[in-house]
Design a protein around this ligand. Structure first.
Ligand SMILES: *Cc1c(COP(=O)(O)O)cnc(C)c1O
Length: 423
């Protein structure tokens, strides 16, 4: 047996072993990821090593699938998790789109903008992709932009679908970049009216809002993520759901991916030929740790109750909104898990500086990632008066350190009376 020693490495290649990686605990007060529940981390760490075809791992995946149908509010057989992050699930649902397909996309911020780029890549012909491979502009895709800070309306979708008569339409349910809730009912209705198949990015609404996707039959495919409302960051699964109509399209036309193939990926979750089976088939090497963590995250949400969770988010968002307004900020978002704001006149233009100073202290707030620059403060898994007060207090400190003028004690007292009144 030979061992590689330093002397055997080619000249000029240093052999370096770095110290163990330490990452501190921070307060995740941004749009995502959310603060992981200790129960999820415990399942992750306490799970024994077992391969991806071991009976309890497979049972965990089948149970997770059944819990996911509950969370999504659907009877769709093709409901499961795509290994990876939100964009892994989006890649899976957007793989329905083939080169040359006619699509209308309705972005209104950073994430739906990236989704629109994915759509343009998938819908491009070989020539269109080669012409500008990182930013293709296929003739078959129409992008209807709604300005940052505004929501996509059902009327706008209806008008564009009437005009362009596409095969597919795409929208984000809640656009996390600008913190806006889009009209998913209007979108679904317009899709039905014009015979279009809708695809929705529900990355930041699943696990925060209370909705049943089966109430929106114009939408044939949905994708979410592990790290926002589902609160299972230990890299787990992006929930997806397809109607039978979407799966029929894939069966008929195919799709250019193995790992994110809507039909093939479903096999490992015990979904074969549109039916639940007890004996799943291999698709890829799923992690027993990820399965256990994801399973626990779903148990937590369903145990808490989807409706109760949604109303708690609204209640605490309103508290934080009031507090930052009392500090002189202007809130432009309408999402229940996130506050997107403009700083008061005196501090305007210093958003990134404020965010950086907060982050350096382990208070993880965010700026917007595309223009205009605003501050984003999120409350994922922070559903108690104490946690909201901590977020408000740390944000107040950051603003005061930059010269803002307000009375912090008064702001916190007002927050206290909001909670006292409600109790
Ligand atoms: C966060 C987010 C994404 C991306 O999710 P990742 O987990 O970072 O891949 C996509 N769409 C929306 C609406 C999001 O909020």
């Amino acid at each position: 047996m030979s061992r590689v020693t330093k002397s055997q490495l080619p000249e000029g290649i240093p052999m370096t072993v770095f110290p163990q990686l330490e990452i501190p605990e921070t307060l995740a007060a941004g749009p995502g990821p959310g603060n992981t529940d200790p129960r999820v981390l415990e399942r992750f760490a306490k799970t024994g090593v077992a391969d991806h075809m071991q009976a309890d791992v497979l049972r965990g995946m089948i149970e997770a699938k059944l819990m996911l149908r509950e969370l999504w509010g659907t009877k769709n057989a093709y409901t499961y998790g795509v290994a990876g992050t939100g964009f892994s699930g989006l890649d899976c649902v957007l793989s329905l789109i083939l080169p040359g397909d006619k699509v209308v996309a309705f972005p209104n911020g950073t994430f739906s903008g990236i989704d629109s780029l994915t759509i343009r890549m998938k819908a491009s012909t070989a020539e269109e992709l080669a012409a500008d491979s990182l930013n293709p502009k296929p003739a078959s895709v129409t992008v209807v932009e709604t300005p940052h800070g505004q929501s996509v309306t059902g009327e706008a979708v209806d008008a564009a679908l009437a005009k362009h008569k596409p095969m597919w339409a795409f929208m984000a349910h809640w656009e996390t970049g600008s913190g806006r809730v889009n009209d998913v009912k209007g979108f679904s209705d317009a899709c039905l009216k014009h015979g279009v198949m809708g695809i929705v990015d529900a990355v930041s609404s699943l696990g925060v809002g209370d909705f049943n996707i089966d109430d929106y039959p114009g939408v044939v495919a949905w994708a979410s993520c592990p790290q926002k409302g589902v609160l299972s960051l230990p890299l787990t699964y992006a929930p997806v759901s397809f109607t039978d109509k979407a799966i029929e399209m894939v069966k008929k036309r195919g799709c250019r991916t193995y790992v994110h193939h809507p039909i093939l990926d479903a096999r490992h979750w015990g979904i074969i030929d549109g039916k639940d089976v007890d004996a799943p088939g291999y698709h890829q090497t799923h992690s027993c740790y990820a399965v256990a963590a994801f399973h626990e995250a779903l148990r937590i949400i369903l145990g808490y109750g989807r409706a109760r969770k949604a109303s708690d988010y609204k209640y605490h968002e309103a508290a934080l909104r009031q507090a930052v307004e009392a500090m002189g900020c202007e809130v432009t978002s309408d999402m229940p898990s996130l506050v997107v704001l403009n700083l008061p006149g005196k501090l305007a233009g210093r958003e990134k500086e404020l965010v950086q100073a907060a982050r350096a202290k382990g208070f993880g707030i965010w700026p917007t990632l595309s223009e205009p620059v605003q501050v984003r403060i999120g409350i994922l898994n922070q559903l108690s008066p104490e946690q909201i007060t901590e977020i408000a207090s740390r944000f107040a400190d950051g603003m005061l350190a930059m010269g803002a003028e307000f009375d912090k004690a008064q702001v916190l007292n007002q927050l206290k009376s909001y909670y006292a009144k409600a109790a």
